[in-house]
Design a protein around this ligand. Structure first.
Ligand code: NAP
Length: 509
């Protein structure tokens, strides 16, 4: 499969005429071939019109049909694995081992959604027989969920396979029966085109309308804003920065017909070290935390960047261990030159804050966009007085906050914004304190962990990858796991409907 720098609009391949875009190899700074032709208003219009035309037939398609589509995409990802991984490695700087794992995750997730599509969209249709003799008479009510309509998907920079063109949002929308228009992430257009071609081919092989899938490429925010504003689009799924997510939320709200925006936007993922666990396992916790902060240059929305503990001898041991471990961690290449530069600016801001000290730095590495692990430390009063310390720094950066006492720890937790995750490091003797903290954490985080670190997000029915604002724009859903499909479904109730008109799943038989 060749990369030609083209968008995929229905069954057509289109070289855009609104400027060009090139991927950059972040490891070397080299601009990669080919130049991608960017789309504009006419390509957005064409992709959205095709999606709208496809929506009714795709909504009515059987779960089996959608399952076959998802399985064909998964098979394509595996068949084209070498080419995908090679290009993804060049466009992102991520390691081959990481990309092999990610491709398996992407294929596995598509297969999980295929299974869900086969089993039916809801936990089960709801049937309530009428009670004509009741006063007032109760009508016969039957409800099911249907696809919301075309979904605009904005993939993540840090998961070019599992959270991008054929990632979780696309899989969830297709499983629900929604056509998808993807806006390719500008950092990995080549891997986007390759993946898009796999989906385009699968749509054709399954005999589905061509508008079930399109891929747009643009230079700058304009094409994404036009896509979110297009009247054919019924929902937006986004993973990325808070600025990007909020811009799309505003665009969607300003439409004559507003639509939901499911944006996942970063988080600092606090880790609370409870006193007995800290005293018993300071060194082990330090090692696990430093690994979790440094992993893949810290480019995880689930990176646990904030560590909270009571000050004292145990925390000093943990800090000493963390500093030693950090000093041996080599710098890793960041995904884009822009992220690398943002990371360094954020470090400068942290260094300039009174009361914040640098605890340790990792080893430098060659390469223009390698980011050194950097750990900071501060006290609870400084943290509470400086809201910027609670802002996400995207990259391998962590902050340890030494709290004066439990009251200050509780005050800090209560001050935190919405989070994707919160972690408790606890021993049995810490359970009473954990029980008191739990309601505060439940109110702030989508996933609460005990004695582990949150980077890995299992794709499974019980997973919640979401959380209150500003982690997400809508805390009622998840973007990982089968539950992600519910974002793209809406309930319809049929009242006193003659049996021949009812959908098969709602008929008495
Ligand atoms: P980003 O800059 O927000 O870009 C994501 C997508 O949105 C891209 O396609 C981008 O394309 C588009 N976009 C950005 N700003 C826009 C705007 N104002 N209007 C319309 N479209 C816009 O995200 P990123 O490149 O991944 O940057 C990293 C940040 O994302 C970090 O802060 C990180 O925490 C967060 N992140 C979160 C998660 C998560 O799961 N929650 C995962 C990965 C990253 P254009 O720039 O071409 O418009």
């Amino acid at each position: 499969m060749e990369i030609r720098g083209e968008m995929l609009i229905g069954r057509a391949s289109v070289y855009g005429q609104s400027g060009t875009l090139r991927a950059i190899d972040p490891a070397s700074g080299e601009k990669l071939e080919p130049a991608f032709g960017c789309g504009g208003a006419s390509e957005v219009e064409r992709a959205c019109r095709l999606a709208r035309e496809a929506a009714t037939a795709f909504r009515a398609s059987s779960g089996e049909t959608r399952a076959r589509l998802l399985e064909a995409i998964a098979a394509g990802l595996q068949a084209q694995g070498g080419a995908l991984q090679e290009r993804a490695a060049r466009e992102t700087g991520l390691s081959p081992a990481r990309l092999i794992m990610e491709r398996g995750r992407a294929a596995g997730q598509l297969r999980q959604f295929a299974l869900a599509a086969r089993q039916g969209l809801d936990a089960g249709p709801r049937l309530e027989p009428g009670q004509p003799g009741r006063l007032p008479p109760k009508p016969d009510l039957r409800a099911r969920h249907i696809a919301i309509g075309p979904v605009a998907v904005f993939g993540a920079s840090n998961f070019p396979l599992a959270f991008s063109v054929a990632g979780g949002d696309t899989a969830a929308a297709l499983a629900a029966g929604c056509p998808v228009v993807v806006k390719a992430h500008p950092a990995h257009p080549g891997v986007s085109e390759l993946t898009g071609r796999i989906i385009q081919q699968a749509v054709a092989e399954c005999g589905l309308p061509e508008g079930v899938f399109s891929l747009l490429i643009g230079d700058g925010n304009d094409i994404g804003l036009k896509l979110a504003a297009h009247p054919a689009i019924e929902a937006v799924a986004f993973t990325g920065s808070r600025a990007g997510g909020l811009a799309l939320l505003r665009a969607a709200a300003q439409r004559p017909k507003p639509i939901p925006v499911f944006a996942e936007m970063g988080s600092i993922n606090p880790v609370l070290l409870l006193p007995h666990a800290l005293a018993d396992r300071a060194e082990d916790i330090a090692a696990g935390w430093v690994d979790a902060v440094a992993l893949n240059a810290g480019q995880f929305c689930t990176r646990p960047s904030l560590l909270l503990a009571l000050k004292g001898e145990s925390l000093t041991r943990l800090q000493r261990s963390a500093a030693l471990k950090a000093a041996s961690k080599p710098a890793e290449t960041m995904l884009t030159p822009g992220m690398h530069s943002n990371y360094h600016q954020a470090l400068q801001r942290l260094r300039s804050l009174p009361g914040v000290a640098e605890l340790a730095t990792g080893l430098p590495s060659p390469g223009p966009h390698a980011a050194q692990l950097t750990l900071f430390e501060t006290d609870g009063a400084t943290f509470l007085a400086a809201p910027e310390l609670a802002e996400e720094v995207f990259g391998p950066c962590g902050l340890i906050v030494a709290c004066r006492d439990l009251a200050e720890l509780f005050e800090i937790v209560a001050s935190l914004d919405g989070q994707l995750t919160a972690t408790l490091q606890l021993d049995e003797a810490d359970l009473p304190l954990a029980r008191e903290l739990l309601p505060l954490l439940e109110a702030r985080a989508g996933r609460i962990l005990a004695n582990s670190f949150p980077n890995w997000v299992e794709v499974s029915p019980a997973m919640v990858h979401g959380g209150p604002f500003p982690a997400c724009t809508d805390s009622r859903s998840t973007s990982v796991g089968i539950g992600a499909m519910t974002r793209f479904l809406r309930p319809v109730c049929y009242q006193n409907m003659p049996a021949p008109l009812l959908p098969p799943a709602l008929q008495d038989a």
